[in-house]
Design a protein around this ligand. Structure first.
Ligand code: S3P
Length: 194
């Protein structure tokens, strides 16, 4: 999907599954563009004084999603900000619609195998605390793919370092800002297929 010429994104939002590198890439991109950096999970944790795992456990996922929606609405006031989003945030259509009014939406994609490789030694993601996290990744990713595909740009991160992905992101953002969307194909480089 090309970015419409009538859109002038002042921010950049990274969406995508857990373990696709949104936070590390987001920080690198913010540094390169001299933008602020925000992470929706960090904002929620700062606001509630609870970790994401505690929130899921004590308040439930639905309460977490409501907090996420509230944070997304507030982001519309931001300028020159790279926004890294929680992996489930795009499953609520209003979140993507809101982000799209002010940010270029870039999805970082990865295969289930790569995601597993990246998250297997991490413990902070409640959705992967069950008995079969590898299966959970495959199921969730398949269910969420249509949402992720609504991004303006998709970047496959399987074979790229965070630095290389960040370069692609910066390039796509500059193209969008210049209104030069000729040939701005949604899959940058490798195909998105799973
Ligand atoms: C979630 C992803 C997490 C965090 C929460 C739920 C999801 O963020 O928001 O654990 O539903 O995929 P990351 O994508 O930054 O891990």
């Amino acid at each position: 999907m090309a970015v419409s010429n009538t859109r002038h994104p002042v921010n950049l939002a990274l969406i995508g599954f857990m373990g696709t590198g949104k936070s590390s890439v987001g920080r690198l991109v913010a540094e390169q563009l001299h933008f602020d950096y925000l992470d929706t999970d960090e904002l929620i944790q700062a606001r509630t004084g609870q970790t994401i795992a505690e929130l899921f456990e004590q308040e439930g996922e639905a309460a977490f999603r409501r907090l996420e929606q509230q944070v997304v609405k507030e982001l519309a006031a931001r300028k020159r900000t790279v926004i890294s989003t929680g992996g489930g945030l795009p499953t609520i259509a209003a979140n993507l619609a809101s982000l799209r009014t002010h940010a270029l939406l870039i999805c970082l994609w990865a295969s289930p195998e790569k995601i597993w490789e990246r998250v297997r030694n991490q413990t902070h993601r409640p959705l992967l605390h069950g008995p079969n996290p590898r299966l959970k990744i495959r199921e969730l990713l398949a269910a969420r793919e249509p949402h992720y595909r609504q991004a303006d740009v998709l970047i496959n991160t399987d074979l790229r370092s965070a630095r290389e992905v960040a370069q692609q992101v910066v390039h796509q953002f500059k193209l969008a800002q210049a209104g030069n969307n000729e040939g701005n194909h949604p899959t940058t480089g490798a195909r998105m297929g799973i």
